[in-house]
Design a protein around this ligand. Sequence first.
Ligand code: PCA
Length: 206
Amino acid sequence: MMKKLLLTGFDPFAHYNINPSWEAVQALPDVMGGFAIYRLRLPNIYGTAGRLLLEEAERVKPDVILMTGMDSGSVKVHIDAVAVNLRDALIEDNKGAKPWGQTVVPGAPAAYFATVPVHNLVTKLRRRGCPVHLGYCTGGYVCNDIFYTALHHYHNTPVKIGFIHVPLLQQMTFDEAQALPREETTKVLRQIIEELSAMLAEEENA
Ligand code: PCA
């Protein structure tokens, strides 16, 4: 049977009217590697995004949840290694919330590592010339919020959880050097998903 991958992207936020994460998720095919893809677009709202994600995951029952979001401060695609139990916003979310120094889940661990094999993914993809980087800080904004929420919820279960941060698209910035073309972002995301599918199949057969 095909494995199920729940793939999420975000609504636009701040002064932007598109979000490259959702643009890329939409552009991908319905089947990649051994995965049937289930897409979900999430609002940039603390708490709500995580709740919608868990509701959809409950319905789909995915083998893997891969979330994506944009990082306006980077021109590289990052595979994130860790989510922290912190809500620290530098700008308001899409409902006007701007938490500072709060936790995602009170009393829960300070951080969780991603449960997709981030180090192997980066090593293998870079060997093939795919320009991915390891991300050591997902921040304290809504991306980290859903990443932490999913890792906490699926802790000690077989469901694998990962997060990818993608740069701005060219039309979102005056300086194209600060962006990545849509085709490139989509291509890298596709390579990550195919490699992940191959790795999980290999793990199972080992
Ligand atoms: N990026 C934000 C939230 C939504 C998005 O696409 C972040 O990095 O937290």
